[in-house]
Write a protein that binds this ligand. Structure first.
Ligand code: 5GP
Ligand code: MG
Length: 175
């Protein structure tokens, strides 16, 4: 990140709120009687997860895993590391994975394989943002907020070198 990057708003907080609300309605229809485990992928998902679960008015559990595929800055390392794994058994549970953004698909493909081995009753994926133009691994998205262009996004939980997570809007950085 250098000081010449300019920041532009891609989605305002109002647009994000209405997308989160719409996703919550869809998720409620399918999970209201299932006591699902929602598994968020840290750190980027922390704000989306916090907003989403407050719209879900039924029994559920919240878990987090901490994976890392990116090093610092904007480049993917192509490798996924489990920094912190699951702390509850998910065998025979309905599991909904919550992600902030899917880019090449490397991170989520790895996590879905890892969770599938635990034999959940069902395993689905919700992501706020999808950057399909950069996909390298096939990924099935069950609940999607927005398709986004191939730009480096920050805000609403997303960082660049750990900065900008606190921005209420989703922005992109440009040289
Ligand atoms: P993938 O493994 O799909 O290539 O990358 C997924 C992860 O890379 C996301 O969970 C996120 O942490 C990070 N990532 C991908 N695209 C962006 C982006 O535009 N901005 C930020 N801040 N992180 C991104
Ligand atoms: Mg992430």
């Amino acid at each position: 990140m250098n000081s010449h990057s300019e920041r532009h708003t891609l989605f305002t907080r109002e647009q994000i709120e209405s997308a989160v609300n719409r996703l919550a309605v869809e998720i409620t229809q399918n999970y209201r009687d299932k006591n699902p485990v929602l598994i968020g992928i840290l750190k980027g998902v922390f704000i989306f997860m916090a907003d989403l679960v407050r719209y879900l008015d039924f029994p559920l559990e919240v878990e987090f895993v901490n994976l890392s595929s990116y090093g610092s800055g904007r480049q993917t390392s192509g490798r996924v590391k489990v920094v912190q794994g699951l702390s509850c058994p998910i065998k025979d549970r309905h599991v909904l994975v919550i992600e902030d953004i899917i880019d090449t698909g490397t991170t989520i493909a790895f996590l879905m394989d890892y969770l599938e081995k635990e034999k959940p009753a069902s395993l689905k994926l919700c992501t706020l943002l999808d950057k399909p133009s950069r996909r390298r691994k096939p990924v099935k998205i069950d609940y999607l907020g927005f398709d986004v262009p191939d730009k480096f996004l920050v805000g609403y939980g997303l960082d660049c070198d750990e900065q900008y997570r606190n921005l209420p809007d989703i922005c992109y950085l440009e040289e």
